[in-house]
Design a protein around this ligand. Structure first.
Ligand code: AMP
Length: 137
């Protein structure tokens, strides 16, 4: 099924100069980037985007990490892109993410409460629709 998903390159990915490398992997895979912009997210937007994490011990650290610089925001499109992009990203914890994935190849853990893991992808069709509407109003 042709799907759309929200893809973010988080502030650590941008600061470390990985925008090109990440977009190269998306395009090499054959997915289309149909919208793209760069923004520093507001706390209000993050509270909505990360609604399920509000109140967790790492949440304040997650907000300051996500507001620490610009984020590249993209809408990707392709057959089964939601699960395909999550496979390309690798698992949440970059220490455990498999080599060959973005997080496995480019990420590591740091002494921060929130995991700095370079990229984000929606986890379902419903989340994708919700997140795309939040970031592209
Ligand atoms: P997710 O909704 O899975 O993308 O999680 C949101 C983000 O919160 C992750 O990408 C991490 O940056 C951070 N995060 C999620 N779970 C944890 C955790 N257990 N400890 C620290 N940071 C986390």
């Amino acid at each position: 099924m042709t799907e759309r998903t929200l893809m973010l390159i988080k502030p650590d990915g941008v600061k470390r100069g990985k925008i090109g490398e990440i977009i190269r992997r998306i395009e090499n895979k054959g997915y289309q980037i149909i919208a793209m912009k760069m923004v520093v997210p507001t706390e209000k937007l993050l509270n909505l985007h990360y609604a399920e994490h509000v109140g967790k011990s790492y949440y304040p650290s997650l907000v300051s990490y996500m507001m620490s610089g610009p984020v590249v925001v993209m809408i990707g499109e392709g057959t089964n892109i939601i699960s395909g992009w999550r496979t390309l990203m690798g698992e949440t914890n970059p220490t455990k993410a498999a080599p060959g994935t973005i997080r496995g190849d480019l990420g590591r853990e740091w002494e921060e409460k929130a995991m700095m893991n370079i990229v984000h992808g929606s986890d379902s069709v419903l989340s994708a629709e919700r997140e795309i509407n939040l970031w592209f109003t």
